[in-house]
Design a protein around this ligand. Structure first.
Ligand code: HEM
Length: 140
């Protein structure tokens, strides 16, 4: 199996199970916020209940991006814009990915190392896209 197939299989098991996806985002934010004062500061003004709902949608947006041929959809552009306005660094995206992998290991165990790697490899184009200045349209 290649990385995209490994990712698809694991991703489908999560997103097709509403309880699992709900647990995933809840555990994710616990882990993510526990990682650093910087991350807690970024979310200090956020309604975390609303944020969990938005991340469920965001996971669908990035999952669709990577599984349907990397098209710059309106949702992906908006995700890029929101995150570029936050002034994030590549290290922030690494923390995000690490927290997601930790949450996956808790919510859908056992998480095999090659499946964790597959999530990293599969999400990389989405994370790259979110950081490209060209992903955000010029104001007209
Ligand atoms: C692929 C990676 C990521 C995905 C899928 C994602 C998903 C989302 C989504 C769907 C939203 C809501 C956007 C909206 O207003 O419509 C959001 C907002 C936000 N994200 Fe992310 N995110 C990612 C990476 C990150 C990283 C790396 C950080 C910081 C370290 C971060 C911090 C935030 C913050 C602070 C908000 C705004 C919260 C608010 O408006 O109260 N995100 N994210």
């Amino acid at each position: 199996m290649n990385y995209l197939e490994l990712f698809n299989e694991s991703y489908a098991r999560i997103v097709l199970d509403p309880q699992r996806v709900e647990r995933l985002v809840a555990v994710f934010y616990d882990r993510f916020l526990a990682r650093s004062a910087r991350i807690r500061e970024l979310f200090s003004g956020s309604d975390m209940e609303a944020q969990r709902v938005m991340l469920r949608r965001g996971l669908l947006t990035v999952g669709t991006f990577v599984t349907t041929g990397l098209r710059a959809t309106a949702q992906m552009r908006r995700l890029a814009q929101v995150h570029q306005e936050l002034g994030l660094t590549p290290a922030d995206y690494l923390e995000w990915t690490d927290a997601l992998i930790e949450a996956l290991a808790e919510v859908d165990p056992p998480l095999r190392p090659e499946v964790a790697d597959a999530w990293r490899v599969a999400l990389a184009p989405a994370i790259q896209f979110m950081q490209l200045p060209g992903s955000v349209p010029e104001p007209s």
